[in-house]
Design a protein around this ligand. Sequence first.
Ligand code: ATP
Length: 270
Amino acid sequence: SKAKLFDEKTDTRTSFKDVAGLEGAKEEVEEIVDFLRNPDKYTSLGGKIPKGALLVGPPGTGKTLLAKAVAGEAKVPFFSLSGSDFVEMFVGVGASRVRDLFKQAKDKSPAIIFIDEIDAIGRARGKNNFTGSNDERENTLNQLLTEMDGFGTNTNVIVLAATNRADVLDKALMRAGRFDRQIYVDLPDIRERKEIFEVHLRPIKTSETLDTEFLARQTPGFSGADIANVCNEAALIAARKEKKAVSKQDFLDAVDRIVGGLEKKNKIIT
Ligand code: ATP
């Protein structure tokens, strides 16, 4: 496919204000923001800035959002690619994409590189369900490790990678000087769901003051992405009825619709 393998976004619009909940994860990545902003503060004392961190957690919990917010807060460019882009790739192409990506990021450093679904390239040998050739997957993984090992002390590029399957990753990825930090990004609890509703209600025109605690109670097990989806769906439901603003009932209808979708999805998986 002609899918774009990485894109650079120099816009700095995503900030920690866009990320609700996830206090622990935010605290950990705040340190990364400071490494990018004030590298000399750390290196002058002989410290080595970490090269990579792994964001681990279920789908839709805000791993990509958090990585973008790190770039936004540090005001550095964001380069990204997804492990799934490497599926069915011709021999040599994966490794050369990785090389290009790192070259671009180093040229524009300080910078963030984000690798989503790293498990697609970083699975341990033998546990692989990569549909492309296994050799090519290994070439791509080796190139990634080579690039990270080749960072000089003043490269100032930090690689963030996301996965929901840290258990299947090749241990070589987690070795010191690579992705030696793991940051957990869990499904939101009720208080966090309330905060996520508050973020995603910002652009929505509502006909009444919505009780976000009530909405949080109606959505156990929902991820941040599911909640964003509820808010958007509620607005579409209201618009379809030619309404001028979105009501509580529209939100409840949207929750039902998303629950229906989630149930279907789970049926397919199990
Ligand atoms: P995946 O593993 O499926 O790639 P992810 O963990 O990277 O998922 P994101 O892509 O960051 O999840 O989340 C999708 C969208 O869901 C975000 O763009 C945002 O709109 C919303 N979202 C998820 N988590 C949060 C959160 N903690 N606060 C606010 N919005 C969130």
